[in-house]
Design a binder for this molecule. Structure first.
Ligand SMILES: Nc1ncnc2c1ncn2[C@@H]1O[C@H](COP(=O)(O)OP(=O)(O)OP(=O)(O)O)[C@@H](O)[C@H]1O
Length: 308
């Protein structure tokens, strides 16, 4: 359940890292209680933004607030956010048992029973030092800390990175069940958009450091369409609508357009296929831009299908 008071607010946030403008003029209000997917291509700025929400870093332009508190170097915000970074480095001799013991010292809401359950569910081994865990096991540790800390805002940076299919399902089940038991706000980044879409209430999409979508998931559904067919017919049919991305194979063209029905002209042309764009397609289109009709390898069920 979400409420109108924002859990996270960003106003004109910018961050330069070396020669890269990692974030630029990012503004949004994340509803309290929402599970928000932070989506976008590699290098879009997701980790940079999450690090600032968690107070690991601060913006060099604009402001960010978590439940009204500035997260960076602010003791009042310390218990509000939990985040384990994707590239978290642990001390050489730190074991899982140590982590389970220190968890409550850092997180007032730490749930030791839940932590033990997460250890079992992911079959996390107790023996090796944390730094020796596999990629997937390290993701499971980040999920463990994220869930067991029960912080009002939980930030999960690619939580399913390296997890096998069973473990990804374990993660989804744990998250849904635990949010029902203890509602809170979750900001999670992922490239597995289709697989995790069912968890999301809200979506933020970054591209090149800029926020290109900020919407409730239900408002995104059906907001864009895919128009597919002979290139000249697709070009005619989409001449008057916003084109997010184009892919061309031979004489065929597939366009993702920002129109629910693909445009009135497309709907009336029997040579064209028109269907709603899925979230993954929409995110990919937002990251692709319409920089020319790029020739591309065809994938099943799309351009190859109509060219037969
Ligand atoms: N310490 C740094 N110094 C210089 N540039 C950096 C630094 N950290 C990140 N960047 C750059 O900032 C941009 C945003 O990086 P970020 O890690 O936030 O992207 P991301 O969306 O999380 O990517 P991915 O999906 O690949 O994890 C990238 O171009 C990255 O190369």
């Amino acid at each position: 359940m979400t409420t109108t008071a924002p859990a996270v607010s960003a106003r004109g946030v910018g961050r330069r890292l070396g020669s890269t403008q990692a974030l630029q003029d990012v503004s949004f209000d994340l509803p309290t209680g929402a599970v928000c997917g932070l989506l976008g291509r590699n290098g879009a700025g997701k980790t940079t933004l999450m690090a600032m929400v968690a107070g690991h870093d601060r913006p060099d332009a604009g402001e960010i607030a978590v439940h009204g508190e500035r997260p960076f170097e602010n003791p009042a915000a310390a218990g509000l956010v939990s985040m384990v970074r994707d590239n978290q480095r642990y001390p050489d001799d730190l074991h899982l048992a140590h982590l389970l013991r220190v968890g409550p010292l850092f997180h007032a809401g730490w749930d030791a029973d839940l932590a033990a359950e997460v250890v079992d569910a992911f079959r996390l081994p107790s023996k090796p030092q944390l730094r020796k865990l596999s990629r997937g096991q390290s993701s499971a540790v980040a999920i463990l800390v994220g869930l067991a800390s029960r912080a009002p805002v939980t930030v999960l940076d690619e939580p399913t990175l390296g997890l096998d299919a069973t473990s990804r399902q374990v993660f989804a089940d744990l998250l849904v069940r635990d949010l029902a038991a203890a509602p809170r706000t979750v900001l999670l980044s992922t490239h597995l958009v289709d697989e995790l879409e069912g968890l999301l209430d809200h979506v933020l999409v970054l591209d090149g450091g800029r926020l290109v979508r900020d919407a409730a998931l239900e408002d995104l559904h059906g907001s864009a369409s895919v128009v597919l067919g002979p290139a000249d017919a697709v070009e005619r049919a989409t001449a008057d609508v916003a084109v997010l991305a184009s892919r061309r194979v031979g004489g065929f063209l597939e366009r993702v357009v920002e129109e629910p029905g693909g445009s009135a002209r497309a709907a009336g042309d029997p040579a064209l296929q028109v269907r709603p764009a899925g979230l993954q397609e929409l995110v990919a289109a937002l990251g692709a831009g319409d920089d020319g009709d790029r020739a591309t390898a065809a994938r099943p069920g799309s351009l190859t299908e109509v060219s037969r």
